[in-house]
Design a protein around this ligand. Structure first.
Ligand code: HGY
Ligand code: MN
Ligand code: MN
Length: 414
């Protein structure tokens, strides 16, 4: 079975561009925050494409969306594929969307070739893979895997202090949050197509990546409280400047990540909110959101412990209070050998070069792996750039990914 004749890359690129137009920002910037007006329009657009392909569509209580192509033996657990369509502020158009629209294209290709899946094939759009609105990543897949309880979900609030439950209801998603949890075995296997969000495949001229491990993400919130005061009248001795203290903490995270001796350890402070934020007022409160990852969770946790030690030392020396709160600290996931082998066979049959590799970004597959065997299929992205408007994957790269995905889905669903 050769997918090439049925693969319509022009249609797929047009759909990716149409989806990119549904954004809270002007082109070429994509911003699509969960439960925002743009998110809901984007969901409607993709669900429309799924229905045009004859898939039966349903959504769960948090908005995870399932589009099923029924197999000849509908009682068997389906093969899942998919990703996310939400996007952080100032993002590009490929992160997540390639896995959703590319997964749909792979299904349409198999339909056109007359393939009849024994196991149903189910395309999944996960809610809120990005942490932007509620501070925690993979919200929909995390709840699906039972890794975030309804009580924890009810406690989530956005920066406007709006609660998750209120926002999901306003977005039209009803039902109990407990109903989002899926049992182990709900998917027979799950495969996610995604851009690499790193430079390796392009640098080495390789068509597809077979992901053996997904890095272990952690996020820690740090709130530093000092004393404010007049930037002119308050002399330097005795100041309790929260932002100066934060600067020491930020640099300590960078140093701790660099000093583990492993290139796989990364540490980032992506959010730094300063109060009151006036040029002539000494900062009295700073909120930092830190992102700490490694493919080895023990090594990652050692960095977190070192950062907590630094916070205690800085607080003591500067006379400020520093509160730390773990938002999440998740174990890494490993790719299922049988799926990896099926992807490798598909790549060979497709005449595509491939390489087994690690994912340094996290993905919904990290949580789906708790209820089903998973693996991820990467395609190159230009310069490894992602989470920026100049993120780019060529039609040839995307076509190779969809081609290998289509073959693999056919193998797994037979
Ligand atoms: O941050 C990540 O790894 C993912 O892109 N949300
Ligand atoms: Mn992302
Ligand atoms: Mn992503």
């Amino acid at each position: 079975m050769d997918p090439r004749p049925a693969l319509s890359i022009d249609r797929l690129i047009a759909e990716l561009n149409a989806l990119a137009q549904i954004s809270a920002a002007e082109r070429p910037v994509v911003t699509r925050i969960v439960f925002s007006e743009a998110d809901l329009r984007a969901r409607a657009y993709v669900k429309g494409l799924c229905r045009e392909a004859g898939l039966s569509v349903h959504e769960d209580a948090i908005g995870n969306t399932f589009a099923r192509w029924s197999g000849t033996d509908p009682d068997l657990a389906p093969i899942g594929t998919g990703s996310h369509i939400d996007a952080i502020p100032n993002a590009g158009l490929y992160d997540g969307c390639v896995g959703v629209l590319g997964g749909l294209e792979a299904i349409r290709v198999l339909q056109q070739l007359g393939f009849k899946p024994r196991r149903s094939i189910e395309l999944v759009i996960f809610t809120a893979e990005e942490p932007t609105r509620f501070g925690i990543g993979c919200l929909g897949s995390r709840m699906m895997a039972g890794a975030l309880s309804p009580a924890q979900a009810f406690a989530l609030r956005d920066r406007e202090d709006q609660g998750l439950d209120e926002l999901r209801s306003q977005a039209g998603f009803t039902g109990t949050l407990a109903s989002v949890v899926l049992p182990s075995g709900r998917f027979h296997q799950f495969i996610e197509l995604h851009i690499e969000q790193g430079p390796i495949l392009e640098l080495e001229g390789i068509d597809v990546g077979l992901v053996t491990h997904i890095a272990a993400p952690a996020s820690m919130r740090i709130v530093i409280e000092g004393e404010g005061g007049h930037a002119g009248g308050k002399l330097m001795p005795g100041r309790k400047d929260a932002l100066a203290a934060a600067a020491e903490v930020i640099l300590a995270l960078e140093a701790a990540a660099k000093l583990t001796g492993a290139i796989d350890t990364v540490g980032t402070v992506g959010v730094c909110e300063v109060f009151p934020g006036a040029v002539n007022s000494i900062p009295s409160r700073v909120r930092l959101e830190t992102d700490i990852r490694d493919i080895d969770d023990a090594r990652r946790d050692a960095v977190i412990d070192k950062l907590k030690d630094t916070c205690r030392e800085v607080a003591e020396r500067r006379g400020v209070s520093i509160a730390t709160e773990m938002v999440n600290a998740d174990p890494p996931a490993t790719g299922d050998p049988a799926i990896l082998d099926a992807m490798e066979q598909s790549a060979k049959a497709a005449g595509k070069s491939f390489k087994r590799m690690v994912s340094r970004a996290y993905h919904d597959s990290l949580f789906v792996s708790r209820i089903a065997p998973v693996a991820m299929l990467f395609i190159p992205c230009r310069g490894g750039v992602s989470h920026r408007p100049d993120e780019y994957a060529s039609p040839e790269w995307i076509g190779s990914g969809v081609h290998v995905l289509a073959r693999t889905l056919a193998t797994l669903a037979s």
